[in-house]
Write a protein that binds this ligand. Structure first.
Ligand code: NAD
Ligand code: IPM
Ligand code: MN
Length: 346
């Protein structure tokens, strides 16, 4: 089978971290016989510049026909005042492809505990996945309007939306350590009351999975004080956005975290969880790990090639353990150097 891949470099550090990753993909495809066709398309600010639209029709159509989308990052100060911001293109892409489940793993590998700003003994062994609902909640709820004296965002969830993300999270928990933490704000929000009730109902289908409920404020604290006790965390869109950036710092940097988003259709979107990092763009110092680990997820989930994923992950983690890191982890290596080392080892 020939997989269809769409590459979306985007803005800021996006092109820097994606170009090397595509070279790795090429190398892996030769080594592991992964047959793929790739198209690169404008997206985000780059697409605003070229088409006046962050998600041009040609880009969306290519994505819709793809098995995998590899996205760098989008956004930046240049487009912050544009009527259609790059961010709206990303939201439209997720919504159009109905990518309702976003998996964001956090792992502290053995030999790399020293990169955490937290005490090493506290973070050693951390290995959990945040399952972020991606197409509902405050991001998409109506009405949404901005007036001079008042602004409205609506936090809406249907039961069906909660059920499908709950099933995704329970199934993931079953494939891991049978522990699910559901995060909400049930003491205040109506949507969270429905969330908690629905999680408990869906739980009846998964008797082997132990369910814990946490309020989001307390969860943000528990993530720091007891990160090793989490396995799968499921939460709504905005809470998942915030908690996953917080979680990324447990292993040491926002630049480390990959993600995959999927829905009922076959297309999966792979992207690091960080943004376009305009403050470090074009300096060859961005940490490419989140992007590269996203490709490893793609190897596993879309190409169904565990060997390729494992080899790539092992090389990436070994470089970190050896201290070959970008400045966000205290090293002096350049982005291009990390790519060269990986390509050489492959
Ligand atoms: P950001 O994630 O881009 O950066 C936050 C901080 O982390 C910055 O100091 C940055 O230098 C650092 N950082 C991020 N990724 C890094 C990496 N790979 N290596 C080293 N350091 C890294 O968040 P921001 O600054 O709040 O947002 C910048 C732009 O990115 C905004 O326009 C925002 O909307 C957009 N954004 C896009 C995405 C996406 O494309 N999926 C995600 C988040 C933010
Ligand atoms: C992310 C980003 C996006 C989000 C923005 C850029 C729309 O922060 O992917 O985490 O909030 O989902
Ligand atoms: Mn985010």
């Amino acid at each position: 089978m020939s997989y269809r891949v769409t590459a979306l470099p985007g803005d800021g550090i996006g092109p820097e971290i994606l170009s090397g990753t595509l070279k790795i993909l090429e190398k892996l495809s030769n080594k592991y016989n992964i047959d793929y066709q790739i198209e690169t398309h404008d997206f985000g600010g780059a697409a605003i510049d070229n088409y006046g639209d962050p998600l041009p029709k040609t880009t969306l159509e290519a994505c819709e026909k793809s098995d995998a989308i590899l996205l760098g990052a989008i956004g930046g100060p240049k487009w912050d005042q544009h009527p259609k911001r790059p961010e709206s293109g990303l939201l439209a892409l997720r919504k159009n492809l109905e990518l309702f489940a976003n998996l964001r793993p956090t792992k502290v590998v053995e030999g790399a505990t020293r990169f955490s700003p937290l005490k090493e003994e506290r973070v050693a062994g951390t290995d959990f996945v945040i399952v972020r609902e991606l197409t509902g909640g405050l991001y998409f709820g109506e009405p949404k309007q901005l007036e001079e004296q008042q602004a409205i965002d609506s936090l809406t969830y249907t039961k069906a939306e909660i059920e499908r993300i709950a099933h995704a999270a329970f199934q993931l928990a079953e494939s891991r350590n049978n522990k699910l933490t559901s995060v909400d704000k049930e003491n205040v929000l109506a949507s969270s009351k429905l969330w908690r009730q629905t999680i408990n109902e869906v739980a009846e289908n998964y008797p082997n999975v132990t369910v814990e409920h946490l309020l989001v404020d307390a969860c943000s604290m528990h993530l720091i004080t007891r990160p090793t006790q989490f396995d799968v965390i499921v939460t709504e869109n905005l809470f998942g956005d915030i908690l996953s950036d917080e979680a990324s710092v447990i292993p040491g940097s926002l630049g480390l975290s990959p993600s995959v988003s999927y829905g009922q259709r076959g297309t999966k979107l792979y992207e690091p969880i960080h943004g376009s990092a305009p403050d470090i763009a074009n300096q060859d110092i961005a940490n490419p790990t989140g992007m590269i680990l996203s490709l490893a997820m793609c190897c596993r989930e879309t190409f169904e090639n565990n060997a390729a994923a494992e080899e790539l992950e092992n090389i990436v983690y070994q470089l970190i353990k050896d201290g070959v890191t970008t400045p966000d982890l205290g090293g002096t290596a350049h982005t291009s150097e990390i790519f060269n080392q990986i390509l050489q080892q492959l």
